[in-house]
Design a binder for this molecule. Structure first.
Ligand code: GLU
Length: 445
C-alpha cells in the first residue's frame, strides 16, 4: 500500500476559523493515524488578497494546536510549473484560449438565465479560427484559458460521501489561467497534488464540484486522481451556516477566550460523526481514536457551549506541568498545591487567577450568620492549613449547633464572598490567618 500523504492548503487571505481548522485537523489526524505525511501548502496565488500576516497567523495557529507538518510548499514559488502544465494541456487540445471580456461573459450568462437555460459557458472560443484569434491579439486582447471538460460522467468513491457521480455537461469549462497570466487555483492545486505525490485529498464538501473537474484535469495531465474525501460543512448550533456568525470566530479569539487547543481538537475530531465527544488532553490519544470513515454526510453542528464544556473537562485534567508557565504569567503564585485546589472548579485556566485574587487580594466577605462566623473566628487555630478544616468546623458546629449548609455556607461566604467555588480547606493556607480572621469579622481584607 502507498504511504499516505495529505495536505492542508490554506489561502492566506484571512485567519483560520473553526471551519478551516477542522479541515486542517482532519487531514493531520488522518495522516498521523496512518503513520503518513502531513504537508502544509500555502495557496498564495491570489496576490491581491494574500498577506504575510495572515500566513504567519495561520502557522501560529497550527503550531498552537500541536499540528506539526512534515513538509511545506507555496504556490507562488511554482508558477513555472503551472505554465508548463498549461502548455501540456493546450498541446493535447484540452486547454483553449478565450477572448471574452468579463462584461461579455456576464451578458451571456444573463441571456441564458432569462431564456431559462443554465449559465454554462457556450464554448464559442473553441470555434475561433486562427485569423480571428490573431485579430483579437492585434486588438490588444490577451486570452484567458479554459479546460475543455469531457462530456462524460465523472464518478468516484468518496471516503466520506460514498459513491459520487457528476455529469459534466452541467459545468462550464473551468478557467485555468487569467488573461494577465495568473493561474487559477483549480489547475494549480492539481499540478501541486501530482508533483507532491498527494494520496488523499480531504476537504469540505463545498469542493465537490471542483473535484469533479479536477479529476478530469488529473487524467488530462497523465496522472490518476488521489482518493477524495469531502467532509460535511459545519453549521452553528441553530443550523445556521457557520459563515454567518461563527465563521468570523477566529482561532485566535477562541484562544483568547481561554479555549484549550486540546478542547478544539477533541470536539472537531468528533463533530459530524455519530461518536461521542471525548475530552482528551493529549493529541496522541485524539490521533488514536480518529476514524475518517465515521464522518457522515449530514451537516455537522458546532456549538460554542459544547466547546466550553469540553474545555472545562480538559482544564480539569491538566497537570501543573502543563499550566505552570501560564499561571505564572497570570500572576498566580500558588504553585502546584494551588492549581490542584482550584482546578476542578475552572472552565478556563485563566479563571485560576480569579481564585488567586479571592485568596490573596482584598475581598469583601458576606456575613450570613454572624453567630457561626464569630465562633469560627474565636476557634481559629494559630496555624492555618488544609488539615485544620475538619477539627475547626467540628468545633464551630459544637459551639453553635449549626450543621450542613447552615455551617458551611456562612464560612464560604465570609471567606470568599461567593456562594460557589473550590473546596475551602485547601484554600485556607493561601488566604492566610490574618485575612481569614478579618473576613470572619466582616472586614474586607
Ligand atoms: N486553498 C484552497 C481552499 O482554501 C484549498 C482547497 C483544497 O484543499 O484543495 O479552499
Amino acid at each position: 500500500m502507498t504511504d499516505v500523504k495529505v495536505r492542508f492548503a490554506p489561502s492566506p487571505t484571512g485567519n483560520l476559523h473553526v471551519g478551516n481548522l477542522r479541515t486542517a485537523l482532519v487531514n493531520y489526524l488522518f495522516a498521523r493515524h496512518a503513520g503518513g505525511h502531513f504537508m502544509l501548502r500555502i495557496d498564495d496565488t491570489d496576490t491581491e488578497r494574500s498577506t504575510a500576516e495572515f500566513e504567519t497567523s495561520i502557522r501560529a495557529d497550527l503550531q498552537w494546536m500541536g499540528m506539526s507538518w512534515d513538509s511545506e510548499d507555496r504556490q507562488s514559488a511554482r508558477l513555472d510549473r503551472y505554465d508548463a502544465a498549461l502548455r501540456q494541456l493546450a498541446n493535447a487540445g484540452r486547454a483553449y484560449p478565450c477572448y471574452e471580456t468579463p462584461e461579455e461573459l456576464a451578458l451571456k450568462r444573463k441571456a441564458q438565465l432569462s431564456a431559462g437555460r443554465p449559465p454554462v459557458y457556450d464554448r464559442v472560443a473553441l470555434k475561433l479560427s486562427d485569423a480571428q484569434k490573431a485579430e483579437f491579439e492585434a486588438a490588444g486582447r490577451r486570452p484567458h484559458w479554459r479546460f475543455r471538460l469531457n462530456d462524460t460522467d465523472v464518478s468516484w468513491t468518496d471516503i466520506v460521501r460514498g459513491d459520487v457521480s457528476y455529469h459534466m455537461s452541467s459545468l462550464s469549462d473551468p478557467v485555468l489561467m487569467r488573461e494577465d497570466g495568473r493561474v487559477i487555483y483549480t489547475m494549480a492545486s492539481v499540478v501541486d497534488d501530482i508533483d507532491h505525490g498527494i494520496t488523499h485529498i480531504i476537504r469540505g464538501e463545498d469542493h465537490v464540484t471542483n473535484s469533479a473537474a479536477q479529476i478530469q484535469l488529473f487524467e488530462a495531465l497523465g496522472a490518476t486522481a488521489p482518493t477524495m474525501g469531502h467532509v460535511a460543512l459545519l453549521a452553528g448550533a441553530d443550523g445556521e451556516g457557520l459563515s454567518k456568525r461563527l465563521g468570523s470566530l477566529s482561532i485566535g479569539q477562541l484562544r483568547d477566550e481561554g479555549m484549550e487547543a486540546a478542547a478544539l481538537a477533541s470536539l472537531l475530531a468528533r463533530i459530524g460523526t455519530a461518536d461521542p465527544v471525548v475530552p482528551l488532553a493529549e493529541m496522541r490519544d485524539i490521533v488514536d481514536g480518529f476514524d475518517l470513515s465515521r464522518f457522515g454526510r449530514a451537516t455537522a453542528k458546532f456549538d460554542p457551549a459544547e466547546l466550553s464544556q469540553v474545555n472545562a473537562r480538559i482544564v480539569q485534567q491538566l497537570g501543573f506541568d502543563d499550566v505552570g508557565d501560564r499561571l505564572a504569567g497570570l500572576g498566580v503564585a500558588g504553585g502546584e498545591a494551588f492549581w490542584i485546589a482550584v482546578r476542578d472548579n475552572l472552565s478556563t485556566v485563566a479563571e485560576a487567577a480569579e481564585w488567586w485574587q479571592v485568596c490573596t487580594a482584598p475581598t469583601a466577605p458576606v456575613i450570613e450568620a454572624a453567630a457561626v462566623t464569630d465562633a469560627a473566628a474565636d476557634l481559629l487555630p494559630d496555624e492555618v492549613s488544609a488539615e485544620i478544616w475538619q477539627g475547626w468546623t467540628k468545633a464551630v458546629a459544637e459551639a453553635t449547633g449549626a450543621k450542613g449548609r447552615g455551617l458551611f455556607m456562612p464560612l464560604r461566604l465570609a471567606l470568599t464572598g461567593r456562594q460557589k467555588g473550590p473546596e475551602i480547606a485547601p484554600l485556607l493556607a493561601f488566604i492566610g490567618r490574618d485575612r481569614i480572621m478579618a473576613r470572619l469579622r466582616g472586614e474586607t481584607a
